[in-house]
Design a protein. Sequence first.
Length: 143
Amino acid sequence: MITLTLLHPSKSTPVQSWMFDSEPVVRLGRGHQNEVVLYSAVVSRRHAELRNTPNNWQIVSFGANGTFVDGKPIKTMSITDGMIVRLGESGPRIRISLSAVDPQNLGKVVKRQSSSSDSLSESLDTKGKQTLYTMRSSEKNNH
């Protein structure tokens, strides 16, 4: 399982979370074709992918404004449990968890993807400025 948690911009508290059980790839970006869609001026339509390889998870950056870990730009990197990535230098911060997550460390869970999931979710962040969507891959073919 991999869990992505959007962190509040100033408080670093969880705002929203997405949980995936068995996907080989999880895509992040502004475009509706992504599993995690984040509307932000610094997030590209296809910003990054998380790839489940035989040995570990990898993050691959495609974003024009870059993807950052510890303030440094990355192109490809192995994911470690609890790491925080930032989409763009000033964009949203996402904590990536590879192990079980304490429910107190999750924001509103808007997607728990598994083979039986049928969810399409919409939410606003705490300031109402950023709309976040998630969509199941079979539903994306209808849009």
